[in-house]
Design a protein around this ligand. Structure first.
Ligand SMILES: Cc1ncc(COP(=O)(O)O)c(C=O)c1O
Length: 423
């Protein structure tokens, strides 16, 4: 059935909404997918800049911090907001958007390579890590272990709960200053060396947000479990939507991501994978009346009353948009830019590559040092003078500019940033 959302909203919407829930449901489910399909066909599965609303004076190379939302997804989101306001009670509290949420769960499960019954529609990565820290049965004698590569969102929640619950938290140093020569085996060994007899939780990133080290998750999870770790929990904020993920056979017990980065959803949306066996041990963080303990559905971990459903429904449009680009094609694009940037950097004696050099442990997120310059001042200057958006990192270990391009970026963008960084 083809109903134009706009004409539907413009027409005698309110009366029709109440009179015919079936039509309403179809309208709710009718996203911008036909526009998405059309756009995809026209552009031969590429993501040109005109699909987005970026200011033409901005060169956006900071997709790792926050994503850009395709216009079709923005429009779908606005459409849902308008539809919602025709009868807020109906859309927020009644039937029309219940089923679409489950369709979205199915699509998200497909992206993560897991079951819908293991897929939680969250707000962000931080939320899932808090859910885990609050809900896992940890107490005296148990240890949570993580490395200095962790983003604070995957670490601080454990420290917050530890004094009240009696478990301990330990972090260890992950050397990033010499990561250019790192191998997958060495990454596994770094974790293996640190796991102790009381380590029950190992929290680690899939791809870290500073230098973009992609972890060999299966090898780490298998090793950790064999050493007695019960739950391997992964921060996937920088992987879902960027590189292929397949959680079913990954050995990890939980995985969290922020969909507003690489899946390019409206801001404030995330995803989590909670393995069925972990769910059996995990208490929900918030409690609402809807679900009983016995039924234990996955929605229990996300159901804590009113939420911004128009944005959540637009999650489906974002997933459709991303699905237009085959994973292999997306990865080929990222590998191409990653190689080109290394080439550009190696031909300058003023730039230094600070990320891994083997693609199996790399990502579309890499750091480059401008020799003798503070990365913060370089980032401020190139933004002020050239509109280039990047993230600088400055610590005892690293002084570099993180570049995180996406499908809209090309080699010209990388050449430009290299040129102006040293300027
Ligand atoms: C690796 C990593 N983990 C977690 C987060 C936190 O994401 P959010 O604020 O969406 O929870 C970020 C944000 O940049 C990140 O890069």
């Amino acid at each position: 059935m083809s109903i134009s959302r706009r004409s539907f909203i413009k027409g005698t919407a309110a009366a029709t909404l109440l009179a015919d829930l079936t039509i309403v449901k179809q309208v709710a489910a009718e996203t911008a997918s036909s526009q998405i399909q059309e756009a995809a066909e026209q552009r031969g599965y590429r993501a040109p800049k005109d699909d987005y609303s970026l200011d033409p004076n901005v060169l956006y190379l900071n997709h790792a911090s926050i994503g850009t939302v395709p216009r079709v997804v923005q429009e779908a989101h606005i459409g849902y907001m308008k539809l919602c306001e025709t009868n807020p009670w109906l859309y927020i509290w009644s039937a029309p958007w219940v089923e679409p949420q489950e369709v979205i769960r199915g699509k998200a499960a497909k992206l993560m390579g897991c079951l819908p019954s293991e897929t939680v529609l969250t707000h962000n990565t931080t939320e899932c890590f808090n859910l885990l820290a609050n809900g896992l049965p940890l107490g005296r004698g148990d240890e949570v272990l993580y490395s200095s590569l962790n983003h604070i969102s995957a670490s601080t929640c454990w420290h917050n709960l530890a004094p009240r619950r009696g478990f301990s938290v330990r972090s260890f140093h992950f050397p990033i200053s010499d990561c250019t020569s790192l191998t997958a085996e060495e990454i596994v060994s770094l974790y293996e060396r640190e796991i102790g007899p009381n380590t029950r939780v190992l929290a680690l990133p899939d791809i870290d947000n500073t230098v973009g080290i992609r972890h060999p998750l299966k090898a780490i999870a298998d090793m950790a479990h064999s050493k007695g770790v019960e739950w391997v929990v992964v921060d996937g904020a920088q992987s879902a939507g960027m590189v292929p993920i397949d959680l079913r056979d990954s050995g990890v017990d939980a995985y969290a991501t922020s969909a507003h980065k690489w899946i390019q959803t409206p801001k404030g949306l995330g995803l989590a994978f909670l393995k069925t066996s972990l769910q059996a041990a995990l208490n929900p963080m918030w409690v609402k009346h809807t679900y009983s303990e016995e039924s234990h559905p996955i929605q229990m971990y996300e159901d804590y009353s009113t939420r911004a459903l128009p944005a959540l429904i637009a999650f489906g449009d974002a997933l459709d948009y991303q699905a237009q680009t085959p994973q292999a094609e997306r990865e080929a694009h990222h590998i191409h830019l990653w190689k080109e940037m290394q080439h550009i950097v190696s031909s300058s004696d003023r730039l230094k590559w600070k990320s891994p050099t083997s693609w199996d442990i790399s990502a579309a997120l890499y750091s480059v040092e401008v020799v003798g310059k503070s990365s913060s001042s370089v980032a401020s200057r190139i933004y002020a003078d050239h509109g280039i958006v990047v993230r600088p990192f400055t610590s005892d270990e690293i002084n570099a500019i993180r570049i995180s391009p996406n499908l809209i970026n090309d080699v010209n963008d990388l050449e430009k940033i290299a040129r102006v960084m040293v300027g």
